[in-house]
Design a protein around this ligand. Structure first.
Ligand code: S3P
Length: 434
């Protein structure tokens, strides 16, 4: 654990490639580990979260290793997952924990799940309830990690009306549904990211997306794709250099190969409404996902109101967006943000407390945040408490690049969960973070 400080920077410039998409990387390892045959993956995020998923799948029988630039995953296929002899340590990663519960539910094995202090506080009942209805058994003290799941080779298909929009919950149910008797379906209030649905097709599986539900047939077998899977750059990681470039006046930064799946682009729509100068160049499709290069120039931003229906398509981007709003002119408002309270930290409270300490005027509601922007960056000069949350850590380093006084973060460790090399990449663009 070490502190880092960011100092005012006049200009960022250059071309960067951010690490691979975290959601797609988890799924590439998981699907590859379940499939018959060998899956090859390029551009995989080698962050701690994805490495936790890889370690868990290895403990259940898959072979996963890196050969030169490609990751090779030899799946268990028909043989099925084997009983893990060690607890599955999922570190900081909610996606690993929840999707792996959906996977384990369909096999006659018992697995102990554990995680770090942040993951051990996060609610798991949202996956425990539907998976229990399907026939899996859980032992947990309060619906949190550590817990033990015992799966079943004879799962029941269910229809599940999800009370919240969550790709993690949806994916856990669909993954269990692949092993259940009959057709499993889910309905969510607003569509969440659809990487599971897309990746299923790449592995020879299928699910049907109806206007009111997503359905998957039980008893499907997956097979490794003939072609190498290419993971696009993560639009959620790109948010940090993009907002840093917007907030530092004379900046001109290009980010290549950024994933622009329409279920992930809410931040970019919002930034453009705020007056951001972002050009989408060379738009193309790679491995079933839209990708573009983003050219970003320093911009004068204004406050906006974010429509609540947009929240699922930018659920991870609010910490970075709040930093942009704190430097914009006029009032910014977002609500429908209940889910922010159960991310790696309580992101509404963590952001509100740290922004206030940096001199930002704001009002934190039960599920909303209102920020009174002055058109100038706040004074900074505080130490942000990151609570093991990578996106909080990166957000406050970005803020420190434009405040008159430096901004310090108490702990840089969590950054490596999603964006290894963040500080070096920012400093190569001209940032002063040390
Ligand atoms: C993810 C889904 C989101 C997101 C998380 C990754 C995924 O969580 O916050 O970082 O890969 O499915 P929810 O589905 O719980 O909103």
């Amino acid at each position: 654990m070490s502190q880092l400080s960011a100092q005012r920077t006049t200009r960022l410039s250059g071309t960067i490639r951010v690490p691979g998409d975290k959601s797609i990387s988890h799924r590439a390892i998981m699907f590859g580990a379940l499939a018959e045959g060998t899956t090859r993956i390029r551009g995989l995020l080698e962050g701690e979260d994805v490495l936790s998923t890889a370690a868990a799948m290895r403990a259940m029988g898959a072979r996963i290793e890196k050969q030169d630039a490609e990751w090779m995953v030899e799946g268990v296929g028909q043989k099925g997952l084997s009983q893990p002899e060690i607890p599955l340590d999922l570190g900081n990663s909610g996606t690993s924990a929840r999707l792996l519960m959906g996977i384990c539910a369909g096999y006659p094995i018992s697995a102990r799940f554990k995680g770090d202090a942040s993951l051990s506080k996060r609610p798991m009942k949202r996956v425990i309830d539907p998976l229990t209805q399907m026939g899996a058994h859980f032992e947990s003290i309060d619906g949190r990690l550590p817990l033990t799941i015992t799966g079943s080779a004879d799962l029941r298909a269910i229809h599940y009306d999800m009370p919240i929009s969550s790709a993690q919950v949806k994916s856990a149910i669909l993954l269990a549904g692949l092993r259940a008797r009959g057709i499993t379906s889910v309905r969510e209030p607003k569509p969440s990211r659809d990487h599971t649905e897309r990746m299923l097709a790449a592995f020879g599986g299928a699910c049907t997306v109806y206007p009111d539900r997503i359905a998957v047939d039980g008893g499907q077998t997956l097979s490794a794709p003939a072609e190498t899977l290419h993971v696009p750059g993560d639009p959620s990681s790109a948010a940090f250099p993009v907002i840093a470039a917007l907030l530092t006046e004379n900046s001109d930064v290009t980010l290549t190969n950024i994933g622009l799946n329409p279920t992930r682009t809410g931040l970019y729509t919002t930034l453009i409404e705020m007056g951001a100068d972002i050009a989408f160049l060379n738009e193309r499709k790679i491995g079933g996902e839209m990708v573009a290069d983003l050219r970003v120039r320093g911009s004068k931003l204004r406050g906006v109101t974010v429509p609540p229906g947009r929240v699922p398509s930018m659920v991870d981007e609010f910490p970075a967006l709040f930093v942009a709003a704190a430097c914009a002119e006029g009032e910014f408002f977002a609500d429908g943000l209940d889910e922010l309270r159960v991310k790696e930290s309580d992101r509404l409270k963590t952001m509100a407390d740290n922004l206030k300490a940096c001199g930002v005027e704001l009002e934190e509601g039960a599920n909303s945040l209102r920020i009174y922007g002055t058109g100038k960056p706040p004074k900074g000069g505080a130490t942000a408490q990151t609570h093991l949350d990578h996106r909080i850590a990166m957000s406050f380093l970005v803020l420190g690049l434009c405040t008159p006084e430096p901004v310090t973060i108490d702990d840089d460790h969590a950054i490596a969960t999603s964006f290894p090399g963040f500080v070096a990449m920012m400093n190569d663009l001209g940032a002063k973070i040390s």
